[in-house]
Design a protein around this ligand. Structure first.
Ligand code: PLP
Ligand code: TYF
Length: 398
């Protein structure tokens, strides 16, 4: 049966990591996959995580299953981080949370939940978006559509065009928004723009789904929740798929959650019962270790201070690299204006490099960039900046 199977193409982003690993060039640079790296090009385990793991190891007494929707303490800590501990949706019981294996797992649970409870709904994705978004929603049997998001002339949000399309979305359709650090462009909505989007969403009866994979990487843990809070209005329903892969560096532990806000606590519980059925049929219950780390850190004053400082250090290092990149390109005499890169947020920017230039950087310099021109700024270090910018200057000149 299997001999007739035609091989599927490798994942465009993860395939790049394989090619990078196999490259013997000692100067090689990986600006591909969205993984944070420190000043030595290493993806570290956070100290707060190590300390929490020591405690968990000393104290845990059982490896029995978690419930279908995971750890209740983890769910509560996640809600408090998303909305702030005093928020009305927490006090009222309108928000319910199911632990999930990573942000991807949370998105897939959301997709299956929507396919089950809102059949026929269309899911609206930004142009461009994370390439896994259409995969996930289509795999659940949902239709996807797109709305304009990025203006390559201004390197900013195409806000008027975006709003124009949002005003055509039928009631009951789902609008996926990147809560901060838009992947792949690095451009986010301002507070005023979030308020306008929330207005259109409420007027039209659209269901917002916030993909929140980078909380803390733009401006701060609280500041980055501005979009979530703008959409969390009295009576408004919404979904949030969040991830701790990046802000806790827990990539391989698969830690995320799906939070659902309903109009009433009863509606939230009824929806959660369907979320649980979806999980039961997919992977039955989530892995415990990563969620225990997150809960331990978020609920302990000292570990939390340490973690917040470590998140700030990651964010600041990325921003320092953004500025150094722009300055070094200027020093190399590059005429193209890259100043927008210093204004963008999170790990990614759309560099504007063409597929040919991306190919030349890889072939001539072992610099690995996604074909779209998306660069992971966290792959830059003080040590590789000169080589990187000389290479870019060279491919831009030829
Ligand atoms: N959503 C976006 C936009 C992302 O960039 C990512 C990770 O790169 C995720 C979701 C989910 O990541 P994970 O499943 O590793 O938590
Ligand atoms: O770089 C990106 O956009 C992502 C990173 O399980 C990623 O695709 C890699 C693996 C994974 C989730 C996200």
């Amino acid at each position: 049966m299997f001999e007739k199977i035609v091989p599927a193409p490798p994942d465009a982003i993860l395939g790049l990591t394989e090619a990078y690993k196999a490259d013997p060039n000692p100067n090689k640079i990986n600006l591909g996959v969205g993984v944070y790296k420190d000043a030595n090009g290493h993806t570290p385990i956070l100290q707060a995580v190590k300390r929490a793991e020591e405690r968990i190891l000393a104290q845990e007494t059982s490896k029995t299953y978690l419930g279908i929707d995971g750890s209740p303490a983890y769910a509560a800590a996640t809600r408090a981080l998303l909305f702030g501990p005093e928020h009305e949706v927490i006090a009222s019981g309108r928000a319910v949370t199911a632990q999930a294996p990573g942000g991807t797992g949370a998105l897939r649970v959301a997709a299956d939940f929507l396919a089950r409870t809102q059949p026929g709904t269309t899911v609206w994705l930004s142009t461009p978006t994370w390439p896994n978004h259409p995969n996930i929603f289509r795999a659940a049997g949902l239709e996807v559509a797109s709305y304009p998001y990025f203006d390559s002339r201004t390197n900013d949000v195409a806000f008027e065009a975006m709003l124009e399309t949002l005003r055509t979305i039928p009631a009951g359709d789902v609008l996926v928004l990147h809560a901060c650090c838009h992947n792949p462009t690095g451009v986010d909505l301002s507070s005023a723009q979030w308020a306008q989007v929330a207005e259109v969403v409420a007027e039209r009866g659209i269901l917002p789904l916030l993909d929140f994979a980078y909380q803390g990487f733009a401006q701060g843990l609280t500041e980055d929740a501005a979009g979530v809070l703008a959409l969390t209005r009295p009576g408004q329903e919404l979904l949030i798929a969040n991830s701790y892969s990046k802000n806790f560096g827990l990539y391989s532990e698969r830690v995320g959650a799906l939070t659902l806000v309903a109009a009433t606590p009863d509606a939230a519980q009824a929806a959660l019962s369907h979320v649980k059925q979806v999980i039961r049929a997919n992977y039955s219950n989530p892995p415990a270790h990563g969620a225990a780390i997150v809960t331990t850190v978020l609920n302990d004053a000292e570990l939390r201070r340490l973690w917040e400082a470590e998140v700030a250090a990651m964010r600041e290092r990325i921003n320092t690299m953004r500025h150094l990149f722009v300055e070094t390109l200027n020093e190399k005499g590059v005429q193209t204006d890259f100043s927008f890169i210093a204004r963008q947020r999170g790990m990614f920017s759309f560099s504007g490099l063409t597929p040919e230039q991306v190919k030349a950087l890889r072939e001539r310099y072992s610099i690995y960039i996604v074909g779209s021109g998306r660069i992971n700024v966290a792959g830059m270090t003080e040590a590789n900046m000169d080589y990187l910018c000389s290479a870019i200057a060279d491919v831009l000149a030829t």
